[in-house]
Structures are given as C-alpha cells and as structure tokens.
Ligand binder design. Structure first.
Ligand code: DX5
Ligand code: ZN
Length: 218
C-alpha cells in the first residue's frame, strides 16, 4: 500500500533560475536532487551547502540521490542539510545497514540504490532496513538517457519480496522515465518515479507531472 508519487529531477533544469525552476514542479510530491562527485560517476553536481540552500527555497521536500564514493562518511550531512530522504548506492557503502540506521536516526527516510548491473538478491534479507529501494533504469551519471527495459524483472522480484515480507518499502525507478515507459515500470511494481528531461523539457512541467502520475496510477 505505498503511494504512487512523481519526483522530478532538477539535474537538467536551468541552474541560473533555480528558484523558479523549483516553482515549476510544485505539484510534485518531492524534488529529486542528484548529488554527483565525479568519482562514483563521471559528472559533478552539487554539495551539501547548495542542498541546504535548495531545501530552504524549495516548495516541496527534497529526495537526495547520492552518486558518491563516500556515502558512509558523507550521507548524514545531506540529511542535516534538509533533504527529507537520502538514498545512497550500495556499491559504494561498506556498511549499508549501519548507514541506513544513522539516516533514520536523523529523522529522514533511508534509500538504497542499485546500478543496472547490481543484483537485488543480496539485499533481500535487509530490505526492511530501508524506506526505499532505487532501481536505476539507466547508468547513473547523466540525464536524458534511454530507459533500460531489462531492469523490469529486477523491479518485479523486489516488489514480490517486499510484499511477501509485508514490508513498507517504496520502489523508485530513475532514468528514462517518460509517458512511454512509466506504465511498464508501474506494472512491474515501482511506485516512486523520477523524471528529469520528461518534466523539464515539457512546456508545462506541472501538467507533465500530473500526466505521468495519472499513467502510473492507471
Ligand atoms: C541519472 C540521475 C537521474 C536523471 C534522470 O544519473 O540519477 O535522476 O536526472 O534524468 P532523465 O529522467 O532525463 O533520465
Ligand atoms: Zn537520480
């Protein structure tokens, strides 16, 4: 019984107009903030102090997606910066359960993310430690890439495991989500949808968010 929500990614928005770019998506449930360190992924975005400023200005909660090499050391700082949920990559953490507990102790939701080549099976017994599982549907690093359809069985297996264990864990999909792909991801069991280019390239971002949500809930 998790709710279906749309989290636009501001990765490809106009950073010179960050305030009004956030206002364009104020009907979304959260704004997805991609943190990249140029080590875990070949791209660099924002750090803690920018997230702090964005959190103060944003009309909606922030969902931070950390694509960084050092989540064990740095993830908690993003919780303190004002993100409502913090998702780190399992490939980069040496103690994902400890980190999830540290994040939850800060009062934020803890998410764990999987690159396309990372299987979900090793996480099956610890899924309850997280509020959200992020199944990447592109290789992390850039917006505007095409949806990797072969990730759908992973979403399906994760959803099955979550239901069988009666857990309250959201499944987020991120990468290449659009009107063309969102229904298949929803059908497989995802309930939180990140959309970057689909939303920010639309002339009316708020209308695009509503259209995506309607498709996902159908
Ligand atoms: C990619 C990021 C995504 C990206 C999605 O590494 O994690 O959040 O912004 O952008 P689209 O929706 O354009 O694929
Ligand atoms: Zn992301």
């Amino acid at each position: 019984t998790s709710t279906t929500t749309i989290h636009p990614s501001i990765l490809n928005c106009d950073f010179m107009q960050i305030g009004s770019e956030l206002d364009r998506i104020n009907n979304a449930e959260a704004a997805h903030i991609d943190i990249m360190d140029q080590h875990f992924v070949p791209n660099m975005t924002f750090g803690v102090s920018m997230v702090e400023q964005i959190a103060k200005r944003s009309p909606i909660p922030l969902d931070a997606h950390l694509m960084i090499d050092s989540p064990d050391r740095d993830a908690v700082a993003y919780a303190e910066a004002g993100a409502q949920s913090v998702t780190f990559h399992v490939e980069a953490s040496s103690a994902p359960v400890r980190l999830a507990r540290e994040l939850r102790a800060k009062g934020v939701k803890a998410g764990v993310a999987l690159r396309p080549a990372t299987p979900v099976e090793p996480l099956m017994d610890i899924l309850g430690e997280f509020d959200m599982l992020l199944v990447m549907t592109v290789e992390p690093g850039f917006g505007g890439q095409s949806f990797i359809e072969s990730m759908l069985p992973k979403v399906r297996r994760a959803r099955k495991a979550i239901s069988e264990r009666n857990l309250e864990v959201s499944i987020q999909v991120d990468g290449g989500i659009s009107r063309t792909t969102i229904e298949s991801a929803a059908e497989a069991g995802a309930n939180v949808f990140v959309a970057g280019s689909a939303v920010y390239k639309a002339p009316d971002a708020a209308a695009e968010i509503d259209a995506l949500r309607a498709l996902a809930r159908a």
